[in-house]
Design a binder for this molecule. Structure first.
Ligand code: ATP
Ligand code: MG
Length: 459
């Protein structure tokens, strides 16, 4: 079903795409823009950056067309650096791909664009846009056509996410599509077609076979979406969370007392929504900050308590992070953000206590922690901030100017050795520690002149 392309869309086709089309048509090869780029173009978006192409050329042939390119063996994709971006060109996928999955080396490529489109996940993602055959004369530009074998344009118009082909079979082939359906539905603000939703629900247990990395990638995009609350509502309804984040489901309907308007589950989701960070790891920490509550909940004298929920929560978050295959550095950040999220912002705290907080969280994670707190407050129905919080932020900056360890002192071991006339040894460290204790407790300022005098007193 070849179709011409609406005029108003035509002018939004990126020049880079037209360049690529020309390169392939010149040598008689088929080439199409596919996936999200075509979908977003048809939705009227203007500056499309992520360009995915598909072609009947083999990876080897594709590489021969570009001066610089890399072959990503795992996905059979050729990546081409192109005017500051990287475009991805993949040879047509074959119908046989899934039956052949035990022999990943015996790749059989698809023969036609239609075959490739039939392997794609949803109808709105299965529309191809490309040039017609080689023009008759040299200066003629090839005309552009759409190939929409699965009525993706109609579903775009009706705002529907629908599987290409039999949904039950499609989710069976690759359960990650379950998460992709949710992500696309919230991103585009579309409904999931009932048969697709039923099939998705039926196949959730297959998510157990999907690697932590792939789940993380989709989960992170859902966490960053402004409609994250709808995404999590859908994942609750389809029992997806029971598979990928069972720890979070324990908060369903769990009532809280005091200033909290919402149950633990709703509060957690709203904390993510209102957390202003654009870092998915911070969003994950926001989601998990109260994950320990259902484990430690106790009703004492009619009052609901969650003592030490941040301690147990940190260890649960660490487990989840490991399951999602986070890098060690991120695992550490996630755990710290959950472990110390209960910090108080009282003006009565000593500088020493504020410094201890900074040490626990890590200087580089302070802004993330404050973002989490903003989400936590807004997600409880409180105001975005308070004067105490604002004062505390000022103190965090002030206190960071103070020494955190002996090495931040304005005097060092050499000063100690010279003044006390001693040689290197444990005594030098002891003297510095003594000085540091005093500075840390606000008994002395970190000023060289004063500290030198103090060393003399140690004689
Ligand atoms: P986004 O705009 O968020 O990048 P996208 O649709 O481009 O969305 P990608 O993950 O970049 O999503 O994938 C590009 C295209 O590859 C999809 O539009 C779809 O056609 C196809 N695709 C990706 N993942 C799958 C999958 N698991 N199963 C089938 N087709 C897929
Ligand atoms: Mg994309």
């Amino acid at each position: 079903m070849n179709q011409s392309i609406p005029e108003k869309i035509k002018k939004n086709i990126p020049h880079k795409a037209l360049d690529v089309f020309n390169k392939f048509t010149k040598v008689g090869l088929e080439i199409y823009l596919v996936g999200g780029a075509v979908r977003d173009l048809l939705l009227g978006q203007k500056n499309i950056v992520d360009l995915d192409f598909t072609t009947n050329a083999t990876p080897k042939k594709i590489q021969s067309l570009f001066f610089k390119s890399f072959y990503d063996n795992q996905y059979g994709t050729v990546k081409v650096p192109y005017k500051k971006d990287v475009i991805e060109i993949t040879t047509y996928r074959s119908e046989k791909e899934y039956t052949d999955f035990r022999h990943p080396n015996q790749v059989t490529w698809g023969k036609t664009i239609e075959e490739d489109l039939s392997r794609r996940d949803f109808t709105v993602n299965a529309i191809a846009l490309g040039p017609n055959k080689k023009p008759k004369t040299k200066d003629q530009q090839p005309t552009i056509k759409l190939i929409d074998s699965f009525n993706g344009q109609k579903d775009l118009k009706d705002k529907i996410i629908r599987c290409v082909g039999n949904p039950d079979k499609r989710f069976g082939e690759d359960a990650l599509r379950i998460l992709r359906a949710i992500r696309l539905a919230i991103k585009l603000e579309f409904e999931i077609e009932p048969k697709t939703f039923t099939a998705l629900t039926k196949n959730v247990s297959l998510l157990n076979n999907i690697s932590g990395e792939r789940i993380r990638e989709e989960l992170f995009k859902i966490l960053l979406d402004k409609n994250i609350d709808r995404g999590f509502q859908l994942m609750k309804k389809a029992k997806i969370l029971d598979k990928i984040l069972p720890e979070v489901t324990k908060g369903y309907g769990m009532k809280q007392k005091g200033h909290h308007l919402w149950n633990v589950w709703k509060h957690s989701v709203l904390t993510v929504k209102y957390c202003p960070s654009i870092d998915p790891l911070v969003k994950l920490a926001a989601l998990l900050h109260d994950v320990g509550k259902p484990v430690v909940v106790k009703d004492i004298d009619g009052e609901r308590t969650f003592y030490n929920h941040e301690v147990i929560g940190a260890s649960i978050a660490r487990n989840i992070g490991q399951r999602l295959r986070l890098a060690n550095k991120d695992l550490d950040r996630l755990t710290r953000l959950v472990r110390w999220h209960q910090f108080s912002v009282s003006e009565k705290q000593t500088n020493k206590a504020v410094k201890r907080f900074i040490r626990h969280v890590g200087k580089e994670n302070i802004d993330d922690m404050l973002d989490l707190r903003t989400g936590d407050r807004l997600g409880s129905g409180a105001k975005e901030t308070s004067w105490r919080t604002e004062e505390f932020k000022k103190r965090l900056i002030e206190v960071q100017k103070q020494p955190f360890t002996v090495t931040d002192l304005k005097v060092n071991g050499r000063d100690v050795m010279k003044i006390l006339k001693i040689s290197p040894g444990p005594k030098v460290g002891q003297a510095l520690n003594e000085i540091f204790e005093k500075v840390d407790n606000d008994k002395l300022p970190n000023e060289r002149k004063i500290l030198l005098k103090e060393i003399k007193l140690l004689k």
